[in-house]
Design a binder for this molecule. Structure first.
Ligand SMILES: Cc1ncc(COP(=O)(O)O)c(C=O)c1O
Length: 388
């Protein structure tokens, strides 16, 4: 049957293909970014109550008022964004839902978006699905430094926006205030909008602060801030995320949200509203727990001879196996992924999935350490047993 040209950008996601292979050998999947810890009890209870109380009809297309008020207070206090009204907030089907609404609201087909590499695949693929041209800028070195001159050259008359992810997936880069100030200055000079994906905003290490570009002087006027509940509350399957931004752009995003999804699932919106009543200790425990897991994952990878730039935030490590590249099974990332599955029963994602030029990720693998502790410990033991 005839299909649209845009389906050419689809392919089975690399990550999903590897997941299948891991399951076939009953292995441990450190590939897909799924947190397998339970969602918080108050949130689960509130969702159950909403279902029992038959709060089951379509909600307001931008999200229920109670939830948007909770997000408003959080965006003001945690992100320090000068947002003043729930009308500047749209709740959608995951942060992916608001990313889609942002892309459809901002761009005409053929326009360009600056995308930093290594990138989060969904950003790149959704842009391409809608006919927007990714304009790549590769971050450099162990700290994923921004090549400012190259960035300046990557911007063209067709550029409309910069896609930013902080903390980053897959590299764990946490953008500093200085970097974001420079980025905002560039955005102002070229009249670009910043789409800032901050879904990992509570997972930070070594005392690094999370800085939202919308909190900087003049930043809110040209930034759409995206976040969600998937990662912070271990509920990737609930599909709830949101955007914070200035009207009229945010209003158009709400209208697109209405058109594409009608609304986010109503009872789950009621459930997740309970998250804002939780103690602040939840966030420090979350970060401490991931820090312990980060140490376990990174030290294991170092022990098996990988070169490991420790992530500054989020829950992934993008590590290089180049020191082992002369050995059998480590010729390139595709082979290394299979070697880890076959010899240790541990799944990772190949580095080339995160670059426009696959060669840039040839010696890299991404490991996700958002696992229950015993599962992560078992995966680390298996890696050490197989490769030391
Ligand atoms: C950078 C980034 N943004 C967004 C998402 C997806 O978020 P959501 O579940 O809110 O759609 C992910 C999931 O892996 C991610 O890594």
């Amino acid at each position: 049957m005839r299909q649209s040209d845009r389906t050419a950008v689809l392919g089975q996601s690399e990550i999903r293909a590897i997941s299948k292979r891991i399951n076939a050998v009953n292995g441990i999947n450190l590939g897909q970014g799924i947190c397998d810890m339970p969602a918080p009890e108050p949130v689960r209870e509130a969702a159950k109550r909403a279902i029992d109380e038959h709060r089951s009809i379509y909600s307001h297309h931008a999200g229920i008022e109670e939830l948007r008020r909770g997000i408003l207070a959080k965006a003001q206090s945690y992100n320090r964004i000068p947002v003043t009204s729930p009308d500047e907030i749209v709740v959608s089907v995951g942060s992916t839902g608001v990313f889609t609404a942002a892309v459809l609201s901002l761009f005409n087909p053929g326009e360009g978006a600056i995308v930093f590499e290594p990138f989060y695949g969904y950003h790149r693929d959704l842009l391409r699905l809608f006919g927007i041209v990714p304009q790549y800028v590769r971050l450099r070195g162990r700290e994923w430094d921004v090549p400012w001159d190259e960035l300046e050259h990557a911007v063209t008359a067709a550029s409309r926006a910069i896609v930013l992810t902080t903390p980053g997936n897959p590299n764990g880069k946490v953008w500093t205030r200085e970097e974001l100030t420079k980025l905002l200055d560039l955005a102002k000079r070229h009249d670009l909008t910043i789409i800032s994906d901050e879904i990992y905003e509570y997972m930070l290490y070594d005392g690094r602060p999370h800085v939202s570009p919308a909190s900087l002087d003049g930043g809110y006027d040209r930034t759409i801030t995206l976040s969600g509940f998937s990662k912070t509350y271990n509920m990737t399957g609930w599909r709830l995320g949101y955007a914070v931004g200035r009207p009229p752009l945010i209003e158009n995003m709400a209208l697109i949200n209405d058109l594409v999804y009608i609304c986010a699932p109503t009872p789950l919106q009621h459930g997740v509203s309970a998250a804002f009543g939780m103690d602040d200790a939840y966030f420090s425990e979350l970060s401490d727990d991931y820090d312990t897991k980060r140490t376990m994952m990174c030290t294991t990878l170092e022990r098996i001879g990988f070169d490991v730039p420790w992530p500054q935030g989020a829950y992934y490590v993008l590590a290089s196996f180049e020191p082992r590249a002369d050995e059998d099974g480590f010729k390139d990332d595709a082979q290394a992924v299979l070697t880890l599955i076959d010899r240790a029963g541990v799944g990772a994602v190949r580095g080339s999935a995160f670059f426009s030029n696959p060669d840039d990720g040839r010696y890299l693998l991404r490991f996700c350490f958002a696992k229950e502790m015993p599962v992560l410990a078992e995966a680390c033991e298996r890696l050490e047993r197989a490769f030391t």
